[in-house]
Design a protein around this ligand. Structure first.
Ligand SMILES: [Fe+2]
Length: 457
């Protein structure tokens, strides 16, 4: 059996010529289809997987040249070889200019026909392989570009979270601003791309605080006008940090304009009203709400109702009316889910800091440095979960768990033990004492988050 090399469409109005070609090509291993004119050829192309068309230039009705231009347009993968008489070479050359791969002259030298067909099909296969390779490469580059961009943004986000975690008053701020911004965005029915930009812009809106003096950021008193001016420059600093490495202008404009006032009266403000990007106007409301309802070193937190009143009063002044109204229509549940409290007990400050920075976006974290303090804190704050070190001064973790598990008001609180070494004895003791799980230090942040989420939910 001859191996099939490809499907060829023979277009010629003279049946003897079609049969001659068909016989030769079939014995050479090709599958052959026949058409006596352009209309029949198009019908075959529509239904059959033709790879090469061998077309007479002179056809009844639509000419071979007209058929050629249709095939090039609608079936660009089909290789076309024109057949012509010896005295019609100019037309043949013209056909090649219009995209025919080759021409052969009548009367046919069948070996030349086979040679031309083989070359044409080889070229087609190479082009298809090249095209597939290019497509594949484009997809790979796109996927890698996306991954790089996500990784970069993720790294920037970690940086912001770490920065915020060093100050108990701002811990979790960006995460909360992002949650509120997304809720407003949904209310305003933003499209997917806007929502994605809003997510990153809100998470990174304060990235420029990296360039602001820590002494001023963490100052326990109100800021002087000069200090306030310095702090506000984080919008420009943030935009200029992100600009050279991140091409998404929409995200950068959120960072740059998130302190702009709708009426144009913010500090050093160049644009106002609708000229402030919508996503920045959204983050402005979310940012203000979270700042007002969070405790600061120099003031207590406003109640939710006070903060809502403040936002209502600033409609058309600090805030865009459309955005502020959308925000005010959100229910409390839509704005923020109530945070649960996690008690971290460890005498090692670095472990407490790490744990706080990992958990504080999603949980309210309180701390104790030994078992004695832990028992008191458990009674006082009734946390949803306790993370307990084993070896500590004053009272160790095992004793503390025993105390907590034997008091009716705290015995239901799940406890996860943190320990530096994998001691079977510790494990057994903590299990006997009623601890829910056991994490070995040093632990991976994800392991901690997963365990906490598992036992809190
Ligand atoms: Fe800010």
């Amino acid at each position: 059996m001859v191996e099939e090399k490809g499907t060829i469409l023979i277009v010629d109005d003279e049946k003897p010529i079609r049969l001659l070609l068909k016989n030769k090509l079939t014995t050479s291993g090709y599958q052959c289809l026949q058409a006596e004119d352009a209309a029949a050829a198009i019908d075959k192309l529509k239904t059959e997987p033709v790879e090469l068309a061998l077309m007479d230039i002179r056809l009844p009705g639509k000419s071979g040249i007209e058929l050629l231009s249709e095939v090039r347009k609608d079936y660009p993968d089909v290789v076309v070889i024109m057949a012509t008489s010896v005295n019609d070479i100019d037309t043949a050359v013209n056909a090649m200019k219009q995209g025919a791969y080759d021409y052969i002259t009548k009367p046919f030298d069948l070996n030349t026909v086979i040679l031309s067909i083989n070359r044409g099909l080889e070229k087609r296969r190479m082009e298809i392989t090249l095209h597939d390779y290019e497509q594949n490469l484009k997809q790979k580059i796109e996927a890698q570009r996306n991954e790089l961009s996500q990784r970069f943004l993720g790294a920037m986000q970690s940086l912001v979270f770490a920065l915020e975690a060093t100050d108990r008053y701002t811990a979790g701020h960006s995460r909360r601003v992002s949650e509120i911004s997304m809720a407003i965005g949904e209310k305003l029915q933003l499209d997917t791309e806007q929502m994605e930009n809003l997510r990153w812009g809100s998470l990174l809106h304060d990235i420029g605080k990296i360039g602001i003096s820590q002494a001023i950021l963490n100052k326990p008193d109100r800021l002087t006008p000069e200090e306030y001016e310095h702090v506000i420059s984080h919008t420009i600093v943030g935009a200029s940090i992100m600009h050279p490495v991140f091409g998404n202008d929409r995200v950068i404009s959120i960072i740059e304009h998130h302190h702009a006032h709708y009426n144009g009266k913010g500090l050093h403000q160049k644009v106002q009203g609708e000229a402030i990007p919508l996503l920045a106007r959204i983050v402005a409301v979310a940012d203000a709400y979270d700042a007002m309802t969070s405790r600061r070193s120099y003031r207590v937190a406003m109640s939710r109702n006070q903060a809502l009143m403040e936002i209502r009063n600033e409609i058309g002044r600090q805030f865009d009316p459309l955005v502020a109204k959308a925000f005010l229509e959100l229910s409390q549940g839509e704005i923020l889910s109530e945070k649960k409290t996690v008690l971290v007990v460890d005498d090692e400050p670095s472990i407490r800091l790490l744990t706080r920075s990992v958990l504080s976006d999603s949980y309210t974290v309180i701390e104790a440095v030994n078992g004695l303090e832990a028992v008191k804190a458990a009674i006082k704050h009734n946390p949803s979960l306790i993370l307990m070190d084993v070896f500590m001064p004053e009272m160790d973790g095992l004793k503390a768990v025993h105390e907590i598990k034997s008091k009716p008001q705290t015995k239901e609180i799940p406890v996860i033990m943190l320990t530096a070494i994998d001691q079977k004895l510790n494990k057994k003791l903590s299990e006997d004492l009623g601890a829910s799980a056991y994490i070995i230090k040093p632990f991976h942040p994800k392991e901690l988050l997963d365990n906490v989420a598992h036992f809190i939910n």
